[in-house]
Every structure is written in structure tokens, then in C-alpha cells.
Write a protein that binds this ligand. Structure first.
Ligand code: NAD
Length: 507
């Protein structure tokens, strides 16, 4: 039985601290109303990782709910796709204002469902706002593609909507990653079906409300809650014309294959194993500050997080500065929990395994000290492993926790060789005060996003976000102008209105 309700699933989120707060049930948002699954009876807990306690439930959908959302989207897209692009962008202007006004509420919401500390959650929402601002600029960027190509003959390029498109997002950025996709897809004139991570389904409920308040017509944005079944139904549905995915490499690869075989365009961003190269002429304090921020920020649960530090030659003074800085982090205050108990155990197992294989534990997060961690949460403190070798799993597998593996290498060439042997290609960074060394590294590493003296080289809008190799399947970047091109198709119009005497091959 369908249960339809127009009552908001969540009211204003009043939390202004880390204190435990319960939440309303996460349901589907279809056609501008909250709905329960048509047939599935599965309900999962949404857990606040800081406490290890349930804050809400999420009702898991299935293929029938996807069909309902796509039907609603298709009906809404027929009109929305004919709105002038400026009018569509105005919804983004209003969304931006609403997000700024509700910044604190949205940030606490992200913090509560994901676990990241408030400052990190706020930075996430602010990056989401930046993506919305890019959406506001699209009418200016999409204009001007017209040329007289032959006497009296003009060619024009128009970006037209695809119809209904879909996005699947991971747990680590509950509001920012959906906003990597939505501004371009919506301003491009499409209806959107979002499948958020079942671990963090709450922030996007609030986003749905804000989009409605911003004037987005009902049915243009829909949410179907769920897991694999919903993703596969989105891949298979013939009316879903494009699919954006962000998550682990294993799933990104499978989703890319399934969507592509159905003839859809797909862009699927996957996991990462980011290498930082540190050479002796690097500034010790700047490097230490950056490296620590990179491997501990969001508890290491970022696809841009530092994972392996390639220490070239004698950089002990820099590594010492890294250790001193990381040791000052108070877990629970400066560093949030990881997402689940299983994730916590998996990370601890990686550390155990490296230790057994001969790595030296320079800083041990298995029993974090200092700590302000709340009992019951999924805590693991900053961890530094030195003397890591290529045969250890920590050297090449994505850990997704606050763990830095230090590999000692004799030369810059060896560091570049190790970096390039990783199948991933998300981010890579060089720490040096030499422009020549920086240029050599930038010209050689296999990574789509590179940093010079910066540990989290996230491209700011309008520069697009996207990696290489096993970190991305499909063509182009998720954000920026590439995103607009991904979510639209180009129509070329060639016109000849005036008859004239001179002829050429085109006339
Ligand atoms: P995940 O792959 O487990 O899940 C991502 C999404 O896919 C979720 O919505 C989930 O419900 C769905 N899903 C899970 N298993 C599926 C299956 N078998 N078939 C179809 N769908 C499935 O990833 P996660 O744990 O939520 O997120 C962490 C991962 O995401 C890390 O690997 C991280 O590096 C990556 N990530 C990458 C980027 C990037 O830009 N490259 C950004 C953020 C996160």
C-alpha cells in the first residue's frame, strides 16, 4: 500500500551541539510528497557514529519505487525542460540563499548523520553552496555558440535536456556530493532521481524541502531510498538517460558496466589511494600542517585524503613535525568517528597487519590518546606507520580511515614510479620549495587532481572534480562545465534563411 503524505518528514533541525538527537524516518520524496515504499518492508537504522546509536530509520525501496519516481520525473520534465534556462537558474539562486540561511542547521544535520565534526560538516555545506553558485552561472556559460559558417548559413549549438537522469551517492559527503550533480542536471532542464547512501539519507530530505521552497516544481527532484536494488533498477530503467555515481571502485565499475550496457551515459567516480611525495627542501611546518589535515580530516574518510607518504631521502625532520602535530589531535573533539563499527574494525586490522609485517607504529590510533571520545562511538585516532613496504596491504589498498603509511624511497624517480604503479588515479601531491621538482612530478604522476604544497587538492568551482584510472569510469569530470555537458545533449542547428546567388558545397 502506498502511503502518501505532504507533511514534511523533518521539521527544522534544532540541534546546535553534538548532543544526541533523534530524527524522523527517511522516506521517498516523489512528486513533491513523502511516500513509503510500494512493496518493500525493509527498514534500516540510521546510526550517529559518534554515539553508535540510532537516530532515525530509513525505509528501503525497490524497483517499483524507482518506476514511480521516474514516472513522476518524466511528467515534470516535460514542462521544466521548456523553462528558459535563466528561470531554471533562478531556482538555484533561491536555493543558495536558503542554504546560506540554514547553514547551521544543515551543518549539524550532516554532522549528526555522518559523524564528522561540526567545522568539517560546515565546510561540506559551504562547498555544496559553491556548487549551487556554479549552477547560477550556467546561463552565462551556455550562451554564445553561434557562427555564420558560410554566406547566409549559420550554425548554432543548443544544450538540451536528456529527460530523467539519476544520481547515486556515498556516505562520506551526504549533501556535497549530491550537489556535485544537481545544479548542472537541473539547470540543464532534467528531472532528477537521487539515491542517497542508506547510511546518511537525512541531509538530502532537507535539501528536497529547500528545493521546493526555492520554487522547483514538484516531480523535478525525487529521492528513492535504498541500496543495491534501487541502483540496479536505475541502471536498467529505459527512461533514465544518464547516471552519475560516486562511491567505491568496486561498485563504480559494476554500476558503470550495467548502465553503459543499457545504452545510458554514465560517469562513475570510485575510490582512491592518494600518494604525497615529500622531498628534503619542503617547508617542514607547512608540510606537516597540510599532511596532518589531509590524512586526519573527516577521519580519513575522503576520496582526497592522504594515504601514503613517499619520503624521499632524509626528511626525518619533516616526519617528526608531522608526528608532533598529529599527536596533538584530540579524538572526539578535533577528529570525528568513522562510519560504522565494521569500518573501525577494518581500519584497526590494517594497522595490526602492517605491524605484524614489520611496520613501525609511530602514532597509534587504536587507543587514541588524547581523547574526548564518547563511549559507544566508532573511534580510531590518527595513526602513522613508518617503514611501510610495497607488500603490505596498507601500501596499496584504500583504508578510508585516519592512517598515514610512510614509505621510504631513495629518489624522486622511485617515488613517481610507486605513485604510478597504483591502479587508482584520484589525487597526488608534491611538497617542495623547488619549482623544477614540482613541475617534474606534475608532468609524470598518474592522477587527475594534483597538489603542490597542498594536501587536499580539491579543484574549486568552476574547475571540475574527477580522477583518472580506477578512480573514475566514464568520460570527463563530475562538476564544473563537464558536468553541464554530461547532463545535457547538444543539438546543432544549421539555418539558411536568405536565398543568395553565390553557391558553394553547402548551398
Ligand atoms: P559504496 O560504493 O559502498 O556506496 C556508494 C553508493 O552505492 C551507495 O549509495 C550505496 O547504497 C550504493 N551501493 C553499495 N553497494 C552497491 C552494489 N553492490 N550495487 C549497487 N549499488 C551499491 O561507497 P561508500 O562506502 O558509501 O563511500 C565510500 C567510497 O566512496 C570510498 O571508496 C571513497 O573513496 C569513494 N568516494 C569517491 C569519491 C570520488 O570523487 N572519487 C568521492 C566520495 C567518495
Amino acid at each position: 500500500m502506498t502511503v502518501v503524505s505532504s507533511t514534511p518528514a523533518i521539521g527544522p533541525f534544532s540541534a546546535t551541539s553534538n548532543d544526541f538527537t533523534a530524527y524522523a524516518t527517511a522516506r521517498h520524496w516523489i512528486g513533491g510528497a513523502w511516500r513509503d515504499p510500494l512493496s518493500s518492508k525493509t527498514e534500516l537504522d540510521v546510526v550517529n557514529p559518534r554515539y553508535g546509536k540510532t537516530i532515525a530509520q530509513v525505509r528501503i525501496g525497490g524497483a517499483d519505487d524507482v518506476a514511480a519516481a521516474v514516472k513522476s520525473g518524466a511528467a515534470a520534465a516535460r514542462e521544466w525542460g521548456h523553462w528558459p534556462i535563466r528561470d531554471r537558474a533562478h531556482v538555484m539562486y533561491r536555493l543558495r540563499e536558503l542554504m546560506v540561511r540554514n547553514l547551521e542547521e544543515l551543518s549539524w544535520l550532516v554532522s549528526h548523520e555522518n559523524g564528522k565534526i561540526y567545522g568539517e560538516a560546515k565546510a561540506e555545506v559551504e562547498k555544496g553552496i559553491e556548487c549551487v553558485e556554479f549552477g547560477c552561472s550556467l546561463p552565462n556559460l551556455a550562451a554564445g555558440n553561434q557562427l555564420e559558417v558560410s554566406r547566409g548559413v549559420s550554425c548554432e549549438l543548443a544544450y538540451t535536456p536528456l529527460g530523467v537522469v539519476a544520481g547515486v551517492t556515498p556516505f562520506n559527503f551526504p549533501i556535497m556530493v549530491p550537489l556535485w550533480m544537481l545544479p548542472q542536471a537541473l539547470v540543464g532542464g532534467n528531472a532528477f532521481v537521487l539515491k542517497p547512501s542508506e547510511r546518511v539519507p537525512l541531509s538530502t530530505l532537507r535539501l528536497a524541502e529547500l528545493l521546493a521552497e526555492a520554487g522547483l516544481p514538484a516531480g523535478v527532484f525525487n529521492i528513492v531510498q535504498g541500496g543495491r536494488d534501487v541502483v540496479e533498477a536505475l541502471c536498467d530503467h529505459p527512461e533514465v538517460k544518464a547516471l552519475g555515481f560516486v562511491g567505491s571502485t568496486r561498485v563504480a565499475k559494476a554500476v558503470y558496466a550495467r548502465a553503459s550496457v543499457q545504452g545510458k551515459r554514465a560517469l562513475c567516480l570510485g575510490g582512491a589511494k592518494n600518494h604525497l611525495i615529500v622531498v628534503p627542501d619542503a617547508d617542514p611546518e607547512l608540510t606537516a600542517e597540510n599532511v596532518v589535515a589531509s590524512f586526519t580530516g573527516c577521519a580519513g574518510q575522503r576520496c582526497m585524503a592522504a594515504s601514503v607518504l613517499l619520503a624521499v631521502g632524509d626528511v626525518d625532520h619533516i616526519l617528526d613535525a608531522v608526528r608532533v602535530r598529529a599527536a596533538k589531535i584530540t579524538t572526539g573533539r578535533d577528529l570525528g568517528p568513522v562510519t560504522t563499527q565494521a569500518a573501525r574494525d577494518r581500519i584497526a586490522n590494517y594497522i595490526d597487519g602492517a605491524e605484524q609485517m614489520g611496520a613501525r607504529i609511530v602514532l597509534d590510533g587504536r587507543a587514541p590518546n588524547p581523547s574526548a571520545a564518547v563511549p559507544g562511538g566508532y573511534w580510531i585516532g590518527p595513526t602513522i606507520l613508518d617503514g611501510v613496504t610495497g607488500d603490505m596491504p596498507v601500501a596499496h589498498e584504500e583504508i578510508f580511515g585516519p592512517v598515514l603509511s610512510v614509505r621510504r624511497v631513495p629518489t624522486l624517480d622511485k617515488a613517481i614510479e610507486i605513485e604510478n604503479s597504483s591502479p587508482y588515479g584520484n589525487a597526488s601531491c608534491i611538497y617542495t620549495s623547488s619549482g623544477d621538482i614540482a613541475r617534474r612530478v606534475l608532468a609524470s604522476v598518474e592522477a587527475g587532481m594534483c597538489g603542490v604544497n597542498i594536501g587536499v587538492p580539491v579543484p574549486r568551482e568552476p574547475f571540475g572534480f574527477g580522477g583518472w584510472n580506477d578512480s573514475a569510469f566514464g568520460h570527463g569530470n563530475m562538476t564544473g562545465w563537464d558536468g553541464y555537458r554530461f547532463w545535457t545533449r547538444q543539438r546543432k542547428i544549421t539555418s539558411k534563411w536568405a536565398l543568395q546567388r553565390d553557391q558553394n558545397w553547402m548551398s
